[in-house]
Design a protein around this ligand. Structure first.
Ligand code: MEV
Length: 324
């Protein structure tokens, strides 16, 4: 039997979203809710994808050259990753690919990136190619760009390296950050955000007010640099204050919402060190940092937030099972 099972962590953006699309750095942490990708060699010449969490069942894909326009939404990242893999290492066998997630794609934990990384890692194991982390990142990043057109690739870095990572657009810098522990509370708004739409909204804002928005990005960069030092020193109180400042900048970019603000202020009133949205904004999740997690969770619960229990700094992509 030829079968490989790989798992990849989800991610949470700690600092620097949006500015990272424009070449500024960000800080991202991997979370212990994982995506599993299983690849099995089967009889026949094609590829079948089973991805029940995104409504894909029995989807036939080609061994390369898949037309991304024609592939259903839930299968696009897998199709793009196969195209890029096949362009480098020809595929010539039947495959059954199955994905299984421990988290909902609605959370904004980076399920598409996690699948892309898991798939390429799985193929490299099955084909016996010793792929370095950066090569894996580059292939996965190309695949994400093929589907989305935009994106910094920070979520891929979290999925591959794990832990907490200092990252610059396109992986020009990917540097693990040693953190002593992060008592982070995560609140889900119940609203699924569309990253591409929000990235476009910021681009529109930048086109209208180029100088103002450039100043905001530079401010966010300063926040990220200071936060990195605070996290390395275990100074969580100052890290929290920096989260509040980062949130102010994100509000200025126009990606906040009433529901996010409700959760963020509820958390702040429960004596957190700080709170901010995490990711593209427009919904998804917010994060709060404080000494008394239980109190913050109660405060978020009271205003309709859904608490998602996660541990930060989770291990990056790993092989769970391999029978060759
Ligand atoms: C989305 O989670 C974070 C953004 O910075 C987009 C990206 O970095 O690809 C808005």
């Amino acid at each position: 039997m030829n079968i490989v099972e790989v798992s990849t962590p989800g991610k949470l953006m700690l600092f620097g979203e949006h500015a990272v699309v424009y070449g500024k750095p960000c800080l991202v942490t991997a979370v212990d809710q994982r995506m599993r990708v299983t690849i099995e060699r089967v009889r026949g010449a094609g590829i079948i994808l089973e991805a029940p969490e995104v409504g894909v069942s029995g989807q036939a894909l080609k061994l390369g050259g898949n037309d991304l326009e024609k592939v259903p939404r839930g299968a696009k990242f897998v199709a793009a990753a196969i195209n890029n893999w096949a362009a480098k290492y020809p595929l010539a066998t039947g495959l059954l690919i199955t994905t299984k997630s421990e988290f909902l794609s609605e959370f904004g934990f980076g399920s598409s990136s996690a699948v892309t990384v898991g798939l390429i890692k799985g193929l490299s194991e099955l084909w016996g190619k010793d792929m370095g982390k950066k090569e894996l990142f580059d292939l996965a990043y190309q695949s994400v760009l093929d589907v989305q057109g935009v994106g910094s690739g920070f979520d891929l870095a979290a999925a591959i390296w794990g832990g907490t990572v200092y990252f610059k657009t396109g992986g020009t810098i990917i540097e693990p950050v040693a953190i002593k522990g992060l008592p982070l509370v995560v609140g889900y708004t119940g609203v699924k955000a569309d990253t591409a739409t929000l990235v476009q909204a910021v681009a529109d804002q930048k086109a209208q007010f180029p100088d103002l928005v450039e100043n905001i990005f530079e401010g966010i960069e300063q926040v990220v640099l200071k936060a990195k030092i605070c996290l390395e020193n275990g100074d969580l109180e100052t890290t929290g204050k920096l989260m509040n400042i980062n949130q102010g900048y994100l509000e200025s970019l126009g990606v906040g919402t009433v529901v996010l603000a409700k959760l963020i202020y509820a958390a702040r009133e429960a004596h957190t060190w700080g709170a901010k949205l995490s990711g593209a904004g427009g919904g998804d999740c917010m994060i709060a940092l404080g000494a008394d997690s239980e109190k913050i969770e109660e405060a978020l619960d009271a205003v309709g937030g859904r608490i998602i229990k996660v541990k930060t700094g989770a291990e990056g992509v790993r092989v769970e099972n391999k029978e060759l």
